[in-house]
Design a protein around this ligand. Structure first.
Ligand code: ADP
Ligand code: 5GP
Length: 188
């Protein structure tokens, strides 16, 4: 148990830029970091575990929690709902953990409004062409979904300057180091 409240970290970036890959390495390097598990109406990808990667819920279940004001934020992205349930994040912050919200930009803007002190990080691709390679290379989406996500990426990049830190994920090791230094330098 840690007596000091943890920090809330808003962590966004275009789909396929490498957010998940970077975060796994960050969590290995710093055991105090936790990921907030979102609720989503999207279908699980192969290998995704309910309660670990997401809580996979129906649209009705999702909206029921929204009606009870149970989300810090939620948004629709490429036809599916995604939201951050408040209770588990509160508990982790109370326990002194730094909690990463890996969410898209509409939700990100809601978080900045609600928690102006949030530490915000946006992960940029070296280029849109490289982003396309990574999304297709991951092999988890159909070409139609890849196209939707790339179109969305261009809009998201316009919102990136609203985040306090922009980190380019060119070499993975560099991006991980950059984020660790940001966390270190922001420690009060
Ligand atoms: P996101 O969580 O942002 O959607 P992922 O972490 O799933 O992205 O990464 C998408 C793909 O890009 C994966 O196949 C991953 O291995 C690859 N990738 C991540 N970072 C890099 C990097 N720095 N250079 C090359 N490929 C990368
Ligand atoms: P994916 O379908 O690739 O897992 O996620 C699609 C997008 O939704 C990503 O940009 C991801 O960061 C974002 N996302 C995941 N969880 C949440 C959430 O709780 N709220 C919001 N607003 N976006 C989320």
């Amino acid at each position: 148990m840690n007596s000091k409240r943890g920090r809330l970290v808003l962590y966004s970036g275009c789909s396929g830029v490498g957010k998940g890959t970077i975060l796994r390495q960050l969590m290995e390097r710093d055991p105090n970091i936790r990921l907030s598990v979102s609720n989503t109406t999207r279908a699980p990808r192969e290998g995704e575990i309910d309660g670990v990667h997401y809580n996979f819920v129906t649209r009705d279940q999702f909206l029921e929690l929204a009606r009870r004001n149970g989300y810090y934020e939620y948004a629709e992205y490429c036809g599916n709902l995604y939201g951050t349930p408040c209770a588990p994040v509160e508990e982790m912050l109370e326990n002194g953990n730094d909690v990463f919200l890996e969410i898209e930009v509409q939700g990100g803007l809601q978080i900045m409004e609600r928690f102006p002190e949030v530490l915000s990080i946006f992960v940029l691709p070296p280029s849109l062409e490289e982003l396309g390679h990574r999304l297709r290379g991951r092999g988890t989406e159909t070409e139609e979904v890849v196209q939707k996500r790339l179109a969305e990426a261009e809009n998201e990049l316009k919102i990136a300057p609203r985040y306090k830190y922009n980190v380019v994920n060119d070499r993975l090791e560099d991006a991980v180091e950059d984020i660790l230094s940001i966390l270190h330098n922001e420690k009060q």
